[in-house]
Design a protein around this ligand. Structure first.
Ligand SMILES: Nc1ncnc2c1ncn2[C@@H]1O[C@H](COP(=O)(O)OP(=O)(O)OP(=O)(O)O)[C@@H](O)[C@H]1O
Length: 595
């Protein structure tokens, strides 16, 4: 079926919802403000497909920005179902990758950013040493310099204009530390993650033509998860869309803003929606959750919202499981009693339909090891996963492994997809047509000759690195950190490492879409949905964390709400009987009062 037919068919499901249809049919700036499961992302993807087919003439395209690489991947897979692949006319990525690949790398010199020639992105260890030196020169106190990193990041994100008096006045020590740190980085010809949007903004502010150049390339800007994107993106949006003339399509939910510690500002989306030149659409129906879960979610959030389950939704159930014993015993209990009960009740349930969500990665360790004891396959998406899930390089290698483990026969994934994704990842090294052809040939040869699911992962990764990608990584300024991640993982898979026994099949088996239970922090579960959700470790002092300010308490509550609203059919709360989270208690009491 043609791309056009695919999106038109998908649009039919929006037609019955007047809000979704209005957003799909919008002609100017449009903001969709709506709750969980209301189809924001669905509407956004179908709209994006329509924009490409009907409104934006080739070779111009659409830039689509979202919160993190996980969210970008989710968008990519939903767009793939509509026949749209990133690359070419479509940019899909984070604010950071947009800033880096669309503004800083191509225009640093002409925009007068004053960066050293051939700068690249610092690895974690390079950052740490730059901070160490900056701390010694500016503060030279007894602290571990790395403990200043968090505050320094907040300061850099909070005051975007370094020429404003605020920059030096609000915290002169932090301002001096940041400046010394950035000087240290530049002396090594490096920029870091926080630099990316800041440099992009600086370039845009100082060069009006740059906004026009980006407008020429991307006449439409699409933004998902706006509530978490922070001030730098908001500034860019104001410039691109309300000064240069790009058209905006943005979706988000201030109630799901959970990254305040990273600079998220839920009010920015509301500000946009109040503008006269923006059409704002509110959606009320929740297509994901059963009706009881929708009701419970109001109590979870602690605010009245007029959301309703969509017509024909199942009722949905919420279960409370107070437990005794320590964390490990409770995790054991989850797999020995709770999960078997659920699977008996829902015999058709696949493991991939189940998610276990917890407030922080260390709690996930207990769950992961209990799952292993019961021989249940899991896929983990928090920072204690086998390697950082945000690494595009590692995800691509996983896909290559899947191809070698039988995917070549079934076309899952297709070789063409591996090739296209690889070309995007290594794009900086593949500038000439000859380079691209060579990459394609090498990749095919390397993978074809290593189609054996039983080989040790260590051998396979080493071969892949040597034969197909080492030189490419070397040539990419954006990939140094990911190259280090790969190196560290290869060390773990070495004969003396903790993953020495791992086979290619096990590595490939960790790909998404496989029949594994999802283990995730509440944060990483954002944007996703599962038939059954088990919220584990819902204890007072953990969610919310001890002694939080009122402002932080609100955000903890929103985090609880995000987890709560991932469930379609069954939601389970596990907690210590003697210290349930106040959020759990409130939901339970209010549901009881409803009868
Ligand atoms: N008009 C519709 N008809 C049927 N199903 C729909 C419709 N709109 C959305 N859905 C389904 O509802 C579910 C939630 O949609 P989506 O993930 O786009 O919601 P969202 O608003 O982005 O959610 P969240 O903010 O919680 O991430 C998906 O399974 C989607 O396919």
């Amino acid at each position: 079926m043609s791309e056009r037919a695919l999106y038109l068919q998908a649009a039919e499901s929006l037609r019955r919802n007047p809000g979704q249809w209005a957003a799909y049919d919008s002609h100017g700036h449009c903001v969709v403000l709506a709750g969980p499961g209301s189809g924001k992302t669905k509407t956004l993807t179908v709209k994006l497909a329509r924009l490409l087919a009907e409104d934006v003439q080739e070779p111009r395209g659409v830039a689509c920005i979202t919160y993190n690489n996980e969210c970008a991947r989710e968008l990519e897979s939903r767009l793939a179902a509509l026949g749209i692949e990133p690359g070419g006319r479509v940019f899909i990525g984070t604010v950071h990758s947009f800033s880096l690949t669309q503004i800083v790398l191509p225009y640093a010199k002409v925009a007068g950013l004053g960066l050293p020639d051939e700068f690249s992105v610092a690895t974690q260890s390079e950052r740490a040493s730059a901070l160490e030196r900056a701390y010694r020169s500016v503060i030279d106190g007894p602290d571990n310099p790395q403990t200043w990193d968090f505050r320094m990041g907040n300061y850099r994100r909070a005051i975007l204009n370094r020429n404003s008096p605020q920059w030096r006045e609000r915290d002169p020590v932090l301002a001096a530390l940041v400046e010394a740190f950035e000087d240290e980085l530049r002396a090594m010809a490096r920029i870091d993650f926080d630099d990316m949007p800041l440099l992009a903004l600086r370039a845009l502010r100082a060069n009006e033509w740059l906004q026009r150049a980006l407008l020429a390339k991307y006449p439409v800007l699409v933004v998902d998860e706006y509530q978490d994107l922070g001030r730098a993106l908001h500034r860019m949006v104001l410039g691109f869309c309300f000064s240069a003339g790009m058209r905006l399509f943005a979706v988000g939910d201030p109630d799901q803003s959970i990254y305040g510690f990273n600079g998220a500002r839920p009010d920015l989306l509301q500000q946009l929606s109040r503008r006269d030149d923006v059409e704002t659409v509110h959606l009320r129906l929740n297509y994901r959750c059963g009706s009881r879960i929708v009701t419970g979610s109001r109590y979870a959030l602690g605010k009245d919202r007029d959301y309703e389950a969509a017509e024909g939704a199942n009722e949905g159930t919420i279960h409370f499981h107070p437990r005794t014993g320590n964390r490990d015993q409770q995790a054991d209990d989850l797999f020995s009693s709770l999960l078997p009960d659920i699977r008996e009740r829902l015999p058709d349930l696949r493991l991939a339909d189940i998610a276990i969500l917890y407030p922080s990665a260390p709690i996930g360790d207990a769950v992961a090891s209990a799952a292993q004891n019961y021989g249940l396959p899991t896929i983990r998406t928090d920072k204690n996963s086998l390697y950082p899930r945000s690494s595009r390089l590692m995800r691509w290698l996983e896909q290559c492994a899947e191809w070698c483990c039988g995917g070549w026969r079934t076309g899952t994934p297709r070789f063409r997809t591996l090739m296209n994704d690889g070309q995007r990842i290594f794009s900086e090294s593949l500038t000439a047509e000859g380079d691209v052809l060579l990459f394609q040939r090498r990749l095919l040869k390397t993978l074809w000759e290593r189609r054996d699911s039983t080989v040790l992962l260590h051998w396979w990764l080493n071969e892949m690195r040597r034969e197909a990608i080492a030189e490419l990584i070397e040539g990419c300024r954006t990939l140094q950190d990911e190259g280090e991640t790969l190196g560290a993982f290869i060390d773990r898979a070495a004969p003396d490492g903790d993953c020495a026994e791992m086979t290619l099949e096990q590595f490939a088996g960790r790909s998404e879409g496989k029949n594994c239970i999802s283990l995730s922090t509440l944060h990483s579960a954002k944007g996703r949905e599962f038939v059954v959700v088990i919220m584990f470790g819902m204890n007072d002092g953990t969610i919310p964390w001890h002694n939080q300010s009122n402002q932080r308490l609100v955000e903890w509550r929103r985090l609880f709400y995000v987890g709560f609203t991932r469930a379609k059919q069954e939601l389970h709360m596990m907690y210590s009987a003697n210290m349930p989270s106040p959020f759990v208690k409130e939901v339970e009491e209010r549901l009881k009062a409803d009868g």
